[in-house]
Design a protein around this ligand. Sequence first.
Ligand code: NAD
Length: 475
Amino acid sequence: MQVTDEIVRSVVSQVLAQMRNGKPPSNGRAGAASASGVFNDVDAAVSAAVASQRQFEARGLEDRRKAVACVRKICLEQAEQLGREELEETKIGRLAAKIEKLKVIADRIPGVEFLKTDAFSGENGISLQEYAPFGVIGVITPVTHSLPTLACNAINMLASGNALVVNPHPSGAKIACKGVQLFNRAIHAAIGLDNLITILSNPTLESAQAIFDHRDIRMLCVTGGPAVGRAALRSPKRAVVAGPGNPPVVVDETADIDNAARSIVLGGAYDNNLLCIGEKEVFAVAPVFDELMTAMTRYRAVRLDAAQVAALTKAAFVKGPDEKHPLVVNKDYIGQDAAVLAERIGLKVPADTELLFGETDESNPFVPEEQMMPFVPFVRVPDVDTAIALAKKYEHGFKHTSIIHSRNVETITRMGREMDTTLFIQNGPSTAGLGTGGEGYLSFSIATPTGEGVTTPLTFTRQRRSTTVKALRVL
Ligand code: NAD
């Protein structure tokens, strides 16, 4: 191999990064085994990722394919073990969903094949518009899907030639670090580069801010709630923000009621309603309201009466920080099983209960708050116009996800226009909007306030154009 200045610079940079991180230098070969991506210092993590990304960018598409394949293979083959560890650490959600969320990474997240080149050809010659890497991307991941979000972001970003520095949620950091080590070791074995994904083992709000501010971080991708979304949007860097949702469901009198009930249970119960796209509140018109409530019970959903709803509401919300937020979700209830929620209000339900639900009015905090637990409030409304108006009100302008069950195309069209959400699902569960039982690809980062939508490798690219004047048009 010819030793170029670039390789020497890269090796020196990797060794310095390892020394700053308190790790002994590796054997000095470019890309030799190191901390396998896990660091306790932001500068060291960024330097190592920068050094690797420079080499990665110089490689061909085949090496990107190999790196992406490593992430997919580990997620598929070790889904059971990694899913179990994620649940043990985060203590929220359900094992089957944790495992499935890793398995689907193998074939639903777009990779290198998603890249494209746009071409213009005419009497003045040709231009090629290509999608180039940004460089090193600062990534923030949520506790609700710690490793799946990281793996999904890694596939998208590596496919387009980038490297990542990750600040995971502190309550899901162990599994995220383990995933990063597994991915880096496999990538190193496949293409000889380490540290294409680096991660902070002791993430804090300060380390997140240090990543936001770091001059070698070229772009941010943040997946989480309102506070982190606002923090990223304050940064002068280009930020892809996958923010919070509170997806409403509208059911009108023309709906297939059985399908509506089955779909609400499927989407709203998935991983104990941790998904940002999951059904969070239902507005159903009076003529079909009771029929819908009955249909729900056919799909392992248990109806709470008014007193039980009141008891759960009292327990599941605590005093908020200010007048604007008088109540916030009690963290001890987030992502718990339906049977556990029931038990906490003195009710015994079958252990395999998917979802609890009950009638409320719109003032119940389960309607405006993103509860992230398997209780869904149902609000009875006189007509579909009221349902759409309330859906819009309680989606809070997040422009994230909304769902309708209706056979009336005019109503569907009106709601789609009114809501203006990134995902709009008709006559199916919310998960259909991400390619499970519906068409399209998957991502665990749906960029809402910044508008990129369901993220792909192209989300993490810069467009570059190469123009040849008066030549190469061979027609
Ligand atoms: P969270 O906002 O508590 O934490 C998300 C991440 O941001 C964590 O890594 C956390 O440490 C970090 N963080 C929080 N405040 C910060 C600040 N001020 N500065 C820097 N970093 C900060 O959210 P969570 O409980 O982990 O995840 C659930 C939330 O994420 C829900 O609101 C859900 O809708 C949203 N979410 C959105 C998507 C999407 O694709 N749009 C996907 C998953 C989750």
